[in-house]
Write a protein that binds this ligand. Structure first.
Ligand code: SF4
Length: 663
């Protein structure tokens, strides 16, 4: 690895921005060792370590020497594209060993040729204005090499008809499809089968892992090792895919697709129409009864006795919801039988029978709530209602399906450790300590020089009434020092909106608010607008990269504890407590530490960045658990004095002006 990463190595000779990074070399050696020794590895590699090359080079070396495919799984499409468009071509050019690589996105990103052809017979457009977009997509689909909708850069992101022509597994006819050969999924799979390195994202990886062995779902070819980048996201994504979900959209879509099955027998069509009317009616009743007494949007736990209750005599009887469920289920069964008669001759009927069977099975699983290790919950979002059952603890499933089966899994991210160790992530994911090595790869950033951490001396408890007003006061003082150029990261939409209301009305700097336009659009505006201030929550805490003086200050209002009433969080904490643990210290604090590190990580993105990290929550200093957060902060100077912050910021001002002059 020294021949590649060392100061006289290949990278130094070919990369104009080469820097000697001891952390990168250490990480590359650790990854290579994990491959050789067939062990798992967890690496925390802070921003600036150069972690992508540090895992790609040993992965390529392993794949080429051992003729074993390596999967690289990323948390976001952005990173997936960066690897495919930048890092892989660069290594293909400079490494002596020749290798092939392919990328695979989730099936829903690709067009389904069969459904596009069929859509000519069915009304899938909701308005005339969609006609132009649909014609453009149809033309493109028959010319495109990949069928990846990312090629359609001139069309809006949210094409309403895309879900009706994409290649997702539920609607796929598999080998019975007349377009199976030219199908984009078939072609993508065959490209991946010929590649030694395959780049996927976590959603596709876990969807595939859950479906391995199922002819309709599996897309990723067999592999010898996996590298997970942005591995801090794995637990939640795995939990989604190992869980079960049924939505109101899904039942609507089943009914709509059943309406369009090409059956020619007039009696059968009449019968089907009658059944569909009933399915739709009972589905409406079912979803509306689920929503009774609940808010318009949000995530709610499902009551254990939601479909059955015990009578005084000790018998059970269905609740109002239970009655609606029974009627819906009976009519789905009738629909299934009516379609099954045509399954032999009509592939669409066969595919629908499979989908209805699965939907009934999943609904029964969720409303029955018999599996103890799952949490059952309801989510209302926009027009849709989603019923879900999620495994409370994915560690056993991951161990069984992944870590016991694949000899080397490397998990890396800028935020995996808490308190300087990996016990939390190892425990949550089920990585056996006897088979797992760990590494904290040092960052190349000089945090003592580049940043200062400000903890205001006299903030009240964040639950108190006056907290928001006083937090806004601190934000105003900080923005005066940095002349805007800040992210204000809040832990909830209500805090974000309240801080925005107060602060934006008292400053002249341009203020942007999450949710007003798309995240990408907001970031573009922030980068282009001098002295801007961006107020964000959730999605701005991670995966956001703004370099240079435009982002000189990151202000965080409160410690980012997960919402304790969220059904999944509540189930996880209850599970830990019931198993003799202390969920607050074993789950709530370490999860919040990792989220806080993500938020803080927005500030310093290169060796020339400088700035202020302000943490307004006093619990960092006043509570015992605050030490766990303090120990996980970057090695920058910590102060409670605004004058220190100002002095630090000013000490870098001449440099900033020089940089500006040079531009
Ligand atoms: S094989 Fe499946 S995804 Fe591919 S074109 Fe046919 S139905 Fe669509």
């Amino acid at each position: 690895m020294k021949d590649i990463f060392g100061s006289e190595g290949l990278l130094a000779a070919h990369h104009e921005a080469y820097e000697d990074r001891p952390g990168q070399l250490k990480m590359a050696e650790a990854v290579l060792n994990a491959f050789k020794e067939e062990r798992h590895l967890i690496v925390e590699a802070g921003t600036g370590t150069g972690k992508t090359l540090a895992y790609l080079v040993p992965a390529i070396s392993f794949a080429v020497k051992n003729k074993r495919r390596v999967i690289i799984s990323t948390g976001t499409l952005n990173l997936q594209e960066q690897l495919m468009e930048r890092d892989i071509p660069f290594l293909q050019e400079i490494l002596p060993a020749k290798f092939s690589a392919a990328y695979m996105k989730g099936r829903a990103n690709y067009a389904c040729l069969y459904r596009i052809k069929k859509s000519g017979d069915q009304p899938i457009l909701s308005g005339l204005d969609e006609m132009g977009h649909f014609e453009r997509v149809s033309e493109w689909a028959f010319e495109s090499e990949t069928g990846d909708r990312a090629e359609l850069t001139d069309l809006p992101d949210d094409l309403p008809f895309w879900s009706r022509i994409n290649a997702r597994s539920e609607t796929c006819l598999g080998q019975q499809c007349p377009d199976f050969e030219p199908c984009f999924i078939t072609r993508m799979r065959s490209r991946a089968e010929q590649a030694q390195i395959v780049i996927v994202n976590h959603h596709l990886f876990f969807a595939d892992l859950n479906l391995r062995g199922n002819e309709y779902g599996k897309v990723i070819p067999d592999y010898g090792a996996v590298i997970f980048d942005e591995a801090h996201l794995i637990e939640d994504i795995a939990s989604d895919y190992f869980g079960v979900a049924v939505s109101s959209f899904q039942i609507e879509e089943l009914a709509r697709d059943a309406d369009a099955v090409p059956i020619t027998d007039a009696f059968a069509v009449k019968d089907l129409t009658k059944i569909l009317t009933k399915v739709r009616g009972f589905a409406d009743m079912f979803w509306s009864r689920f929503s009774e007494g609940r808010g318009r949007e949000g995530r709610f736990p499902l009551d254990r006795n939601s479909i059955e209750r015990r009578t005084r005599g000790g018998e059970t009887e269905p609740t109002r919801l239970g009655e609606a469920y029974q009627m819906l289920d009976e009519n789905l069964d009738r629909l299934l039988k009516a379609l099954d008669v045509h399954s032999d001759k009509v592939p669409e009927a066969e595919s629908l029978v499979r989908r209805i069977r699965q939907a009934r099975f999943d609904l029964k699983f969720i409303v029955g709530q018999e599996e103890e290790n799952f949490v059952y919950w309801l989510e209302r979002r926009g027009r849709g209602t989603f019923l879900r059952a999620s495994p409370i603890d994915v560690s056993g499933l991951l161990e069984e399906k992944l870590f016991d089966k694949v000899k080397t899994c490397v998990l890396t991210s800028a935020t995996l450790s808490t308190n300087g160790n990996f016990d939390f992530v190892r425990g949550r994911l089920g990585l056996d300590s006897g088979r797992t090595d760990t590494l904290l790869a040092p960052s190349t950033f000089d945090y003592r020089e580049q940043a200062i951490i400000y903890l205001p001396r006299s903030m009240p408890d964040p639950r108190s009434q006056e907290f928001t007003q006083l937090a806004a006061g601190e934000i105003l003082k900080l923005l005066k020092i940095t002349e805007g150029r800040a992210f204000v990261l809040a832990t909830s939409f209500s805090s974000m909106n309240a801080l925005y209301e107060i602060v934006s009305s008292r400053i002249d700097y341009p203020c942007f608010l999450q949710g007003t336009i798309s995240k990408t659009g907001l970031l573009e505006r922030f980068r282009e607008t001098p002295n801007a201030v961006l107020f964000g929550t959730s999605s701005f805490w991670q995966g956001v990269d703004v370099r240079g003086e435009q982002l000189s200050c990151v202000i965080i209002d409160k410690l980012p504890f997960a919402v304790p009433t969220d059904p999944l969080v509540a189930a996880r904490t209850r599970y830990i407590d019931e198993h003799g643990g202390r969920s607050f210290f074993e789950y709530s604090v370490p999860s919040a530490v990792i989220t806080l590190k993500q938020g803080i990580g927005r500030l310093i993105r290169s060796t020339t960045d400088h700035g202020i990290i302000a943490l307004l929550d006093p619990r960092l200093r006043t509570k015992g658990y605050g030490r766990d957060f303090l120990k996980s902060l970057p090695d920058a100077r910590i102060t409670t004095e605004l004058s220190d912050v100002e002095a630090h910021f000013k000490s870098h001002t001449p440099l900033r002006e020089l940089e500006r002059g040079a531009r």
